[in-house]
Design a binder for this molecule. Structure first.
Ligand SMILES: Cc1cc2nc3c(=O)[nH]c(=O)nc-3n(C[C@H](O)[C@H](O)[C@H](O)COP(=O)(O)OP(=O)(O)OC[C@H]3O[C@@H](n4cnc5c(N)ncnc54)[C@H](O)[C@@H]3O)c2cc1C
Length: 530
């Protein structure tokens, strides 16, 4: 049995790759192997500008998204200090206006199911349930075709493949067996999450989060931040809310031995998250966790194969870059598979694949070193986090979202930092991130971390493909400048530590790099609080 392309995994990455391959060349025989007979709900997820573009303009799933998923109203960050007990008292960063570009809050099981049936409707063959148990790459077989061994209906079958796309997510069928997966030790983050019912409605009659806005607070991706962690609230169609926490293990050590206890520790220790889940209940059996989230993959393509989605690496869910990375890797995998059928000259093909692997590493490492490294130091400080969010997002608009919307889907073949000369932007972006992290660390040591976490509500207009991005950049730069001045002043006049404590919950591991001079915010009990 032989197919032109065999796709391992039929969730969003696999279904998208199959769909785009069939659209690009309807003569291709494409087989999708999906292990599960139904999709898991995974995480309640948010799209951002690139993933929104990919789903609506490239995959053309706008109709499904508008009927079956919720629109997303931007990102919203909430900060607190030891005195803040109500949403109204918190500092809140988020746009006042409705978003200008399409974005969605996704129920992934629903989306994956729709994308997979669309791929089958457009001519891909689907085997489900069917598990790829072994893959022999063309380079290992010394043949033009690769080989996939599949377990299906109690039998083991062998399928030859002109091209293999591995979209098996964190199972990473191709990379794991070959030892190409590396945890990112400089970024030790963990996550735990569940769906909740009856979470308090931020726009509802009992809401008291502050002045009314044109945009909906409930429909935003709400982040409740503290030192070393963030908690997300993402509304889902059907009324449930995805709630989860991500933390840097160097900075926070949540109490509890089970994942459930750790999630409760975050939710009860953050006074604002606690308000939202008061009276809410987790969906039974729904809790998920990853002890170690990020990993990189050393090779993402070779002759006759390529990796897409999480099978090609995962960095951090902060700023929701997962489906962006999926869009870039799927576009790359489709391009390589289609080109491999027309290109001659083994040497040229090998050179272009080597170049792709090198540039892809540049993209992945660039994103990590420029944006994410040590970011969790500044998560809970309103000033540092707001400056970082505004500058990071404006640069994402200038270098990624605007070129994509203006120049079209070809830009998906050029992810950020995927460039021979990416070292310069990477160093510049890394420089302001390092400054903000270093200021946040000093604030923590002085006991003034989160000193403006109460009552600030900047009137931000939101990002757009036009002037909006420039205005937001200016806001970010001014805030960074002010933070530098305030920091410089602390060398002249030593500030008094915050009397009411810093944003909790704080539980520093023994090896924590910064120990605050102020007393720690009281750790919450694990038992329910009134
Ligand atoms: C805590 C957390 C929060 C996140 N939040 C966001 C967010 O807000 N926004 C965002 O864009 N991204 C987010 N992500 C990232 C996002 O979930 C992933 O990037 C995305 O799910 C990747 O999709 P995928 O299709 O590559 O992999 P998956 O969705 O994992 O799909 C892999 C598929 O392969 C199948 N499979 C596995 N092994 C085999 C096999 N041997 N044979 C056949 N089939 C197989 C599986 O059954 C599955 O269906 C988050 C991730 C985490 C961990």
């Amino acid at each position: 049995m032989r197919y032109d392309v065999v796709v391992l995994g039929g969730a969003l990455a696999g279904a998208s790759a199959a769909l785009l391959l069939r659209r690009k060349d309807p003569s291709l025989r494409v087989l999708i192997l999906e292990r599960g007979s139904e999709f898991d709900w995974k995480v309640g997820e948010s799209t951002v500008e690139v993933s929104g573009y990919f789903l609506t303009r490239v995959l053309r799933l706008y109709d499904h998204l508008s009927r079956e998923q919720l629109p997303k109203h931007g990102l919203r960050y909430w900060f607190h200090d030891g005195r803040v007990a109500r949403l109204e008292e918190a500092s809140e960063t988020g746009a006042r206006q409705l978003p200008r570009l399409p974005a969605f809050q996704l129920d992934r099981a629903r989306l994956d199911e729709h994308a997979l049936s669309q791929a089958a409707r457009e001519g891909a063959e689907l085997w489900r349930p069917a598990k790829a148990v072994d893959v022999v790459l063309p380079e290992e077989r010394g043949s033009r075709d690769g080989l996939v061994r599949v377990e299906r209906e109690g039998e083991t079958l062998e399928v030859e493949a002109g091209w293999i796309v591995d979209a098996s997510g964190r199972s990473a069928v191709v990379a794991r067996k070959r030892g190409w997966i590396r945890p990112i030790e400089e970024h030790p983050i963990s996550a735990v999450w569940a769906r909740y019912r009856d979470v308090r409605d931020l726009d509802g009659p009992e809401a008291e989060p502050g002045p009314p806005l044109p945009s909906s607070r409930r429909l935003a991706t709400n982040h409740f931040n503290g030192y070393g962690y963030w908690i997300w609230f993402i509304p889902l169609r059907g009324g449930e809310t995805s709630v989860g926490a991500v933390w840097d293990r160097r900075l926070v050590e949540p109490r509890g031995t089970t994942s459930e206890e750790r999630l409760r520790w975050f939710l009860e220790g953050n006074p604002l998250a606690r308000l939202l889940v008061k009276g809410a209940a987790p969906v039974p059996g729904d809790l998920r966790s990853y002890a170690n989230l990020p990993y990189r993959v050393e090779r993402v393509a070779g002759r006759g194969w390529s990796l897409a989605g999480d099978a090609a690496g995962f960095l951090d869910p902060f700023y929701s870059p997962g489906i962006d990375q999926l869009a870039f890797t799927v576009a790359g995998a489709v391009e390589l598979a289609v080109r491999s059928r027309t290109e001659e000259g083994a040497a040229e093909v090998a050179a272009s694949l080597d170049e792709h692997n090198r540039l892809y590493r540049g993209y992945f490492d660039g994103l990590f070193h420029a944006i994410y490294r040590d970011k969790y130091h500044l998560m809970g400080d309103y000033d540092a986090m707001t400056a970082a969010f505004l500058i990071d997002t404006a640069l994402y608009y200038f270098f990624v979202a605007i070129p994509l919307y203006k120049k079209g889907p070809e830009r998906l073949l050029k992810p950020p930092f995927y460039d021979r000369y990416a070292a310069v932007p990477r160093a510049l972006i890394g420089a302001y991130r390092r400054r903000l992290v270093s200021i946040a660390r000093r604030k923590l040591r002085l006991g003034i971390y989160g000193d403006r976490n109460r009552g600030r509500r900047p009137g931000l207009m939101g990002f757009s493909l036009g002037l909006g991005a420039w205005i937001m950049l200016l806001h970010g730069l001014v805030r960074w400048g002010r933070l530098e001045l305030a920091n410089a002043w602390t060398y002249i006049a030593r500030p008094r530590p915050l009397r009411a404590g810093m944003p909790g919950p704080i539980a520093l591991p023994e090896t924590a790099p910064d120990r605050p001079l102020a007393r720690e915010a009281p750790a919450p009990t694990l038992a329910g609080r009134p």
